[in-house]
Design a binder for this molecule. Structure first.
Ligand SMILES: O=C(O)[C@@H](CO)OP(=O)(O)O
Length: 215
């Protein structure tokens, strides 16, 4: 059985300011750096062997902190990037017009093919996240990889493994530096292939974020 751990990056400046990031980027806050160190201690205790990260700055920084504490190398994987949120990237959440909020809401409530203008659909996000996950099956026997990615990207992955539509990710709360675990296994009791063991665990953090943009 292959165990794969999923970690959302630490809190960023724009998470704290309620600004939309997508594939745009902002640095980790001091709190985000602390969260990364705390999840790194947990990762070390779990015996993580490989750290594979989205190539955006906030995930790379989180992955570097985890790698330092675990003593692993970091591999960059662009397919683990956050959903491309097109023309709404960099915008404060509270500044959106009714029409713009409608574009965002169609992802929240909505359809697999809906997209923010110049952005990506949830189906496209799901396809590339599953491709990145499938690559973990090529790692040597006994590997225990940890993927560092983003709220919507990881939520979409977990939702679709559960057989839910990609946009069901909005029913999952994946806070900054939460850990989820999925396993690739064959069992007489469960579906063969990927199953979800845990989602959104923050028991290693001393101060989980509560703001809405922290999910
Ligand atoms: O892009 C963003 O603003 C948020 C959306 O949930 O994602 P993350 O902070 O996880 O990168």
């Amino acid at each position: 059985m292959l165990q794969v751990y999923l970690v959302r990056h630490g809190e960023t400046l724009w998470n704290a300011e309620r600004r939309i990031q997508g594939q745009s980027d902002s640095p980790l806050t001091d709190k985000g750096e602390t969260q990364a160190r705390q999840v790194a201690e947990r990762a070390k205790a779990l015996g993580i062997t490989h750290i594979i990260t989205s190539d955006l700055g906030r995930t790379r920084r989180t992955a570097e902190i985890i790698a330092d504490i675990c003593g692993c190398d970091v591999t960059l994987e662009p397919r683990l990037r956050e959903l491309n949120m097109g023309v709404l990237e960099r915008r404060p959440l509270d500044s959106l017009t009714e029409e713009e909020e409608g574009w965002r809401r169609q992802l929240v409530n909505g359809t697999a093919d809906g997209r923010i203008p110049e952005g990506e659909s949830m189906q496209e996000l799901s396809d590339r996240m599953h491709a990145a996950l499938a690559a973990c099956l090529e790692l040597p026997q006994g590997s225990r990889p940890l993927l560092v990615s983003h709220g919507m990207a990881l939520g979409c992955l977990v939702s679709t493994i559960l057989g839910l539509p990609a946009y069901a990710e909005r029913r999952l709360r994946l806070r900054n530096c939460s850990i989820s675990r999925i396993d690739y296994q064959q069992s007489p009791w469960l579906a063969s292939g990927w199953v979800v063991e845990t989602a959104g665990d923050v028991s290693h953090l001393d101060a989980p974020a509560l703001d809405e943009m922290q999910r």
